[in-house]
Design a protein around this ligand. Structure first.
Ligand code: HEC
Ligand code: HEC
Length: 261
């Protein structure tokens, strides 16, 4: 069930002024299912909400009940004068803030049943991974409220769900470049094996046209040059990877991208 079908994320309106990512080591599930992007500690509120929106209207199956307005409460539009879910989530249950309430609504729906409805909603952990659920919470918050979900919530939930503990990579161990791409959210903007965003040039084929030196500069100093055809998005590539990636991670990324001919 873990990591079943997170097809990520064309992040349409990604505003990355505050792309403050912490280089946590996230369980490297990506190596099991390579086409899957793991949302980890580095995920921004915008990335989470955009991923959540896709899950909500796609693989999550939420709209089969919540899209009709009769079987289940409205989430993206007003519900009985209380506003969309992001506006009312903090007031539904005494003592529970929005994020806590929404996590409970998705993982223990019977704990609080909205008045006037039947308890037909299932624990979403049966079919969705914890990062998908946090992405949904972020998306729900964004409907009328402020996104307070952070990448750390995902890391904590993965730890609580018994995901493999982040193992400090012993010196000299091979670094899984695909996992690093997932951890740092690169595929939100760059396609890899046909999957991912289109905000920046696809990783596929990059090694055929760019040298290792160019790749290094593009990652640590993206302002130095602008990829042809992407002038409009020139400020989107985060500028702090040079500090956030370890030397080993950076080298692994460069070798990997250079191999994509
Ligand atoms: C089988 C129908 C069904 C599906 C599928 C379903 N829900 Fe629900 N959901 C309900 C019903 C009915 C309620 C109201 C009763 C309750 O609180 O359990 C509800 C309540 C909620 C609430 C609390 C709403 C409020 O007004 O406080 C949230 C949030 C929510 N669902 C989100 C989701 C999301 C996100 C998904 C998809 C991952 C989803 N639901 C899938 C039926 C469904
Ligand atoms: C928020 C979107 C975004 C994220 C996240 C992102 N990039 Fe980019 N990237 C871009 C955009 C847009 C460009 C093209 C504009 C430019 O050259 O600055 C680009 C350019 C590049 C280039 C140069 C490509 C070329 O053809 O010249 C490389 C290499 C690259 N990114 C690697 C990465 C890596 C590795 C990561 C993750 C560690 C990453 N990017 C994360 C948006 C992003």
């Amino acid at each position: 069930m873990w990591q079943t079908n997170l097809k990520v994320l064309t992040v349409g309106a990604l505003v990355l002024g505050f792309f403050t990512m912490v280089a946590h080591i996230v369980p490297q599930q990506a190596s099991e299912v390579p086409e899957v992007l793991t949302l980890g500690a580095g995920a921004t509120p915008e990335m989470l909400a955009a991923a959540g929106e896709k899950i909500f209207s796609g693989a999550g199956g939420c709209t089969s009940c919540h899209g009709l307005g009769t079987r289940a409460p409205n989430l993206v539009t007003d519900e009985r004068g209380a506003g969309p879910i992001g506006a009312r989530c903090g007031k539904q249950e005494a003592g529970k803030d929005c994020k806590t309430y929404l996590w409970e609504a998705l993982t223990a729906p019977a704990a609080f049943v909205v008045k006037g409805y039947q308890p037909i909603m299932l624990d979403q952990r049966r079919t969705l991974s914890v990062d998908q659920i946090w992405a949904l919470v972020a998306y729900l918050e964004s409907n009328g409220g402020e996104v307070t979900v952070t990448g750390q919530d995902i890391v904590d939930a993965q730890a609580a769900a018994g995901a493999p503990k982040p193992a400090a990579a012993p010196a000299g161990e091979r670094i899984d470049a695909v996992a690093v791409l997932g951890e740092f959210g690169c595929s939100a903007c760059h396609k890899l094996k046909g999957e991912g965003g289109e905000i920046g040039p696809a990783f596929d084929g990059m090694g055929g046209r760019l040298t290792k030196d160019y790749l290094r500069e593009a990652i640590v100093d993206p302002k130095a040059k602008v990829a042809k055809g992407y002038e409009e998005n020139k400020d989107m590539m985060p500028v702090a990877f040079g500090e956030q990636l370890t030397k080993e991670q950076l080298n692994a990324l460069i070798d990997y991208l250079a191999s994509l001919k």
